[in-house]
Design a protein around this ligand. Structure first.
Ligand code: MGD
Ligand code: MGD
Ligand code: MO
Length: 816
């Protein structure tokens, strides 16, 4: 057993391994001082602070959480935990949890009881249904609840109420992942598996800072890099992230130029003949269009648009083109950037033209971000219909109506589901009169916050907010519902590689807080929702009965859960869907047989035009892809809508740091994590800083056409011409309240035409020095925000940040 400061060393010790070997086990444990592992009860769970699905047990003593221990048996992490996994659970016990419902009276939020709060919501729902119909009501949920909760919400919204206005913050997060998969494969569903890391000889990360956002997956890659025959790494990111530091090739494109870069790479791959013509002919449509399109993007043309050396594009293309086992991952540097879906689809195209799918090491991971985003999508809480059913296919609607015992016209399918930014627009215009927000904090996480605050604060809008803390958003609410957090309720969730985990209740929720599932079921009972037979809707009453109902809904669909039970998830490892009679142990990789879920009668989507977002009709799709193949779609590069220049000469991007999760409602309450990154900063390149007379730690003002914020400057390895601001910092901090630090004060109201995902990573801004700082910026030094000035004191956690690891002798060496 060894101890390490896991704030200083987020990835822990190396356990090297070589291609084709299993990833060695390393069990990480953190227990609060003085607690011995033998004296606690261990309760099975997994992490809800990213999409990796790191499996661990929660240590419980005297009814309180006292630590965590990784599950060595689990396929995802083999026992490893990252800093947020090790320390994040402490937020549950924060003294300022919401413990009672609140209701707005004379402008103030005051404590009330559940009956009063729920009756206010129910009364208004009934009035609106009577006066305006279902379209007056909207639901905005999360990627952080459990599967059972989303399915319940999906049924209530789509079925019982019949509104088309239901979406998740997954719109800000993985809408593009889903869209890119639908465009290429006709259906959502992650093709690859984390075990592809064990086999790949090239790993390409497109706009994905995996080292900070899925630390355990990066540990797996680091262990490959430390072993024999390590993979080559391609990093596509304007910042010098920890991934870039270890990359064989680091491409630093100008933000918003991903399509040009991808077209340049595909041009080189095709021009050099690094394509699998048999695979293309047997399993795809659309190759000729792609070849013609990318012919316009030789390396030097792409290089000019992206401002990267043409030679680097050629080198990267050679690696992609000659890899024997290529694993690609895609995340927010593509999903939240200009032409999000068009760019992400080109990554799928690399794999299709190279025939690299469904074999060990040959995976695409169109990543998720949030822990349960996959479930929001599959259960229909993001607007899509449950079970990846197609809103444009009448048979799918009838199928769902039969399952729910409703008339098919009760389920709205007159058009695509309303996306989150459109719901905000309807609220702004006044047609949406009630918005129920659960497990998301839009007053920090949506773009152009001044506008968002005004919309949410309107008197005519009944804003219901269901959270575990008071947040920037609860402060605008009319009714606040206190929820039980992860660890205080039972349910399942699915990570980015389709692995389903069970998370059991470990401790009681505080005060009167209730599980989100109970709140939704209580609402349904009070509304007296009924099916055709007059039976209560939903028909279930607890997590396991909800899970069993969901299994019926998933039967025969791609995300088939029928072979999974709570009991099967207990004790062992997570299980990858589809899991059914034909695949009783789950499915490691999709499309191994070159067959896709893209048949016109079966597919989730008929696809869209990658440039305009216009949906294809069923007839157009049938003509394009009658035989259920994969679809190769090409796209031309278009310049971003807001480009740097004039008064706003910098490209502004935003994103994350390793130690915080989103709007910090949890990580900001955990000492180890809070102290590692206590305040907002802005990253600026050395060249730009020198030219503007900005020194490390100076207070600067960053302005965009939307507004201004202030932050201390971190002079970092970011590419010149680009500014990066972490989006974690809202305004509730006691030390300096105010609207002058959230990145989204200055981001743009704009979204991808295909996925409707807001563009948080392409805008124009300026920066100006305000004053000297009192020392370096309080930004982490071992991450993408590493300082140019190596004398800045390194990030560390000391004794409080120390955790233990155990590797068994057999696995410690890696090579056998
Ligand atoms: N520590 C931590 N981990 C998390 C989270 C968290 O809040 N904190 N959140 C989770 C969630 S919900 C998500 S969605 C994921 C997100 O995980 P990531 O996508 O890895 O994180 P981001 O920092 O948003 O963006 C990744 C990178 O995109 C780059 N980038 C910006 N613009 C462009 C561009 O135009 N082109 C390219 N190629 N790159 C660009 C940025 O420099 C940044 O390093 O992380 C998950 N994990
Ligand atoms: N500028 C910029 N903006 C961004 C991004 C970016 O990169 N740049 N990234 C976007 C992305 S990818 C994402 S995912 C979003 C995240 O944005 P948000 O979803 O707004 O961020 P969170 O802080 O995770 O908010 C989740 C809320 O749910 C509460 N909560 C936690 N657990 C529970 C529970 O069990 N029940 C209930 N009812 N509540 C709970 C938390 O206290 C918190 O208030 O931000 C997006 N916004
Ligand atoms: Mo996300």
């Amino acid at each position: 057993m060894e101890s390490r400061d896991r704030i200083a060393e987020p990835w822990g010790a190396r356990t090297p391994y070589e291609p084709g070997m299993p990833w060695p086990e390393r069990v990480d444990t953190y227990l609060v001082d003085g607690v011995e592992p033998e004296t606690v009860r261990w309760v099975q769970s997994a992490s809800v602070l990213h999409s990796d699905g790191d499996a661990f047990d929660i240590a419980v003593r005297d009814g309180r959480m006292v630590g965590v221990r990784g599950r060595g048996i689990d396929r995802v992490n083999r026992g490893r935990l990252g800093p947020k996994d090790l320390f994040g659970w402490q937020a549950n016990a924060a003294p300022d949890r919401l413990t009672t419902p609140l209701i707005r009276k004379n402008g103030e939020l005051v404590e009330t009881d559940w009956d009063t709060a729920m009756e206010r919501v129910v009364r208004r729902s009934k009035e609106l249904l009577a006066e305006q119909g279902p379209s007056a009501i909207g639901f905005y949920t999360s990627g952080q609840l459990f599967l059972e909760e989303y399915y319940t919400l999906g049924l209530i919204a789509h079925g019982a109420i019949g509104t088309n206005h239901v979406d998740g913050n997954t719109r800000l997060c993985t809408a593009t992942a889903a869209a890119a998969l639908k465009e290429s494969f006709g259906c959502d569903g992650q093709p690859g598996s984390y075990t592809d890391v064990d086999h790949a000889d090239v790993i390409a990360l497109f706009g994905h800072n995996v080292a900070e956002t899925q630390t355990v997956l990066w540990s797996r890659m680091l262990d490959r890099l430390a072993g024999a025959r390590p993979p080559a790494i391609i990093c596509v990111d304007p910042r010098r992230t920890p991934v870039a530091e270890r990359a064989t090739v680091h491409l630093r494109p100008l933000p918003g130029t991903n399509v040009a870069l991808m077209n340049g790479l595909l041009h080189e791959i095709i021009a050099n003949g690094w394509v699998d013509h048999d695979y293309i002919a047997a399993h795809t449509v659309g190759f000729d269009e792609l070849r013609a399109r990318v012919a316009e993007y030789p390396a030097n043309v792409a290089a000019q648009i992206c401002d990267v050396p043409a030679e680097d594009i050629r080198t990267a293309a050679r690696l992609l083109g000659t890899a024997e086992r290529l694993l690609s991952t895609v995340l927010q540097g593509f999903y939240q950037s200009h032409q999000a879906t068009a760019a992400s689809v080109q990554v799928n195209n690399v794999h299709l033209v190279r025939g690299m799918l469904g074999r060990p090491g040959c995976g695409v991971l169109q990543m998720n971000g949030q822990p349960t985003a996959e479930n929001t999508r599959e259960c229909g809480a993001d607007g899509d219909l449950p079970g990846f059913r197609n809103w444009f296919n009448d048979h799918h609607i009838e199928d769902l109506a039969r399952l729910w015992r409703l008339d098919h016209h009760q389920i709205p399918h007159y058009g695509p589901p309303t996306h989150a930014m459109q719901m905000i627009r309807y609220a702004e215009q006044g047609s949406l009169r009630m918005l129920w927000v659960s497990a998301t904090n839009p007053a920090v996480s949506l773009p152009d916050l001044d506008r968002i605050r005004k919309v949410l604060a309107q008197d005519r809008l009944l804003l219901v907010v269901q959270d575990i803390f008071r947040t920037e958003t609860t402060e605008l609410a009319d009714v606040v519902l206190p929820a039980a957090a992860w660890g205080e309720k039972t349910g399942t969730f699915t990570n980015a590689d389709r692995t389903v985990h069970l998370s059991e209740k470990a401790v009681e929720p505080p005060g009167k807080a209730r599980p989100d599932l109970d709140i939704l079921l209580d609402y349904a009972r009070r509304m007296d929702f009924r099916d055709k037979n007059g039976d209560p809707l939903p028909s279930w009453h607890d997590p396991e009965s909800a899970f069993e109902a969901w299994k019926q809904c998933s039967a025969g669909r791609p995300c088939d859960y029928t072979g999974i039970t709570y009991d099967a998830l207990r004790g062992g490892s997570g299980i990858q869907w589809p899991c059914n009679d034909t695949a009783p142990g789950g499915t490691e990789r999709l499309y191994a047989d070159g067959k896709f879920w893209s048949a016109p009668d079966y597919c989730e989507s008929y696809g869209k035009d990658l440039i305009t977002g216009a949906p294809l009709s069923p007839e157009q799709y049938r003509a394009l892809n009658p035989e259920a193949k994969a679809i190769i779609k090409a796209a031309e590069y278009l310049p971003p809508h807001e480009q740097p220049g004039g008064q706003f000469p910098f490209a502004l991007i935003t994103g994350r740091t390793l130690y915080h999760f989103h709007t910090r409602t949890k990580t900001g309450r955990v000492p180890q994590l809070r102290d590692a990154a206590p305040k907002v900063w802005v990253e600026i390149s050395g060249d730009d800083a020198d030219e503007l007379g900005i020194a490390e730690g100076d207070l600067v003002e960053i302005a965009s056409p939307r507004g201004t914020i202030r932050a201390h400057a971190r002079v970092s390895g970011i590419r010149p011409g680009v500014l990066f601001v972490p989006f974690h910092y809202g305004y509730w901090d006691a030390d300096r309240p105010g609207h002058d630090r959230a990145a989204n004060e200055i981001t743009i109201t704009d979204w991808d035409p295909v996925s409707k995902q807001p563009i948080f990573k392409t805008a124009a801004a300026s920066v100006r020095r305000c004053a000297a700082g009192d020392g370096p910026a309080a930004a982490p030094t071992n991450t993408g925000s590493a300082p140019r000035d190596r004398s800045v004191v390194a990030t560390s956690g000391g004794q409080a940040g120390t955790a233990t690891s155990t590797t068994t002798a057999a696995t410690a060496g890696g090579r056998r």
